[in-house]
Design a protein around this ligand. Structure first.
Ligand code: C2E
Ligand code: CA
Ligand code: CA
Ligand code: CA
Length: 274
């Protein structure tokens, strides 16, 4: 028993070394990724559930990691958050999105707001408001053409400072959405306190809409709440006609998902705006 315990330990230790090495390698290549220009933005349309007209675009970060292809944000954003690089990368995201919006406008495409995701760490960062203001100034984009998405969990983390930052963003004329609504530690009181304009129903409630009466009840409750607070609702992760039909029945105005378009690079996403 003792011997096998020791083997297990050795096995465990080796795996730990592999994991640590991989972690280190990832962190090292991530540190230089911004300077090497390896980040890129994808865009996914947010459409009207009635006529499918494009109402906005969500901006989604991708990393073209040499030798690894296109890496999805869930595989590297947690590390950017951990080491603080998310602040610099996040500023790059905001700037690049604003430049893209201006380029599309100059090309004569229908102007729609771009929705940029903000993580908790960025949101806490003191320089955020200045960076946003400077970027709007320098790119010339109207604040009404920019939106931010923040998760419930990020919002709930830091009381008064959060409220101030939200107010500053809102006073600039930038709209705010609550992302992944319903998955976090929900305190409905904040909906009234915070200057938010939209809520995004998390994909988890949309996926089984057809088969789950509980999920339909949750969506109905969110719609009722949003209605009484005059918030616009966006449903995430819509993949089927049946989901779309149910969402429309529930009075959901906007939707986003593979049914309409997958996130794509700027050139192809622009075809949705033509
Ligand atoms: P999110 O904000 O909830 O973004 C929606 C995610 O759902 C995206 O994943 C999108 O590609 C995916 N999606 C859209 N429609 C469908 C669908 O019909 N079915 C399915 N299965 N998935 C769909 P993605 O691009 O991998 O992004 C993951 C998360 O990474 C985002 O979740 C967001 O929290 C974060 N993220 C992405 N870009 C940024 C960024 O620039 N900054 C920060 N801080 N976070 C970002
Ligand atoms: Ca989002
Ligand atoms: Ca979301
Ligand atoms: Ca999410």
């Amino acid at each position: 028993a003792k011997a096998s315990g020791r083997n297990n330990y050795q096995f465990f230790a080796e795996n730990m070394n592999v994991a640590a090495a991989r972690h280190f390698e990832l962190e090292t290549s991530l540190r230089g990724a911004l300077e090497r220009g390896e980040f890129t933005l994808f865009y996914q349309p947010i459409v009207c559930t009635r006529d499918r007209r494009v109402h906005g675009m969500e901006v989604l970060l991708r990393w073209r990691r040499p030798g690894h292809g296109l890496v999805a944000p869930d595989d590297f954003i947690p590390m950017l958050e951990e080491n603080g690089l998310i602040v610099a990368v996040g500023e790059w995201v905001i700037r690049t999105a604003c430049e893209q919006a201006m380029a599309w406008q100059r090309a004569g495409l229908a102007p729609v707001p771009l929705a940029v995701n903000l993580s908790a760490r960025q949101f806490m960062h003191r320089g955020l408001i200045d960076a946003i203001r400077r970027t709007l100034d320098e790119t010339g984009l109207a604040p009404s053409m920019l939106e931010f998405e923040i998760t419930e969990t990020a919002l709930m983390q830091h009381g008064r400072q959060t409220l101030e930052t939200l107010a500053q963003i809102s006073n600039m004329g930038i709209r705010l959405s609550i992302d992944d609504f319903g998955t976090g530690y929900s305190s409905l009181a904040y909906l009234k306190r915070f200057p938010v304009h939209k809520i995004k129903i998390d994909r988890a409630f949309v996926r089984d809409l057809e088969s789950s009466s509980e999920d339909r009840a949750i969506v109905a409750a969110i719609m009722a709440l949003a209605g009484s607070l005059q918030l616009t609702v966006v449903a995430e992760g819509v993949e089927t006609q049946a989901q779309l039909a149910l969402l429309r029945e529930h009075g959901c105005a906007l939707a986003q998902g593979y049914l309409f378009a997958k996130p794509d690079e700027a050139g192809r996403a622009a075809q949705m705006l033509a």
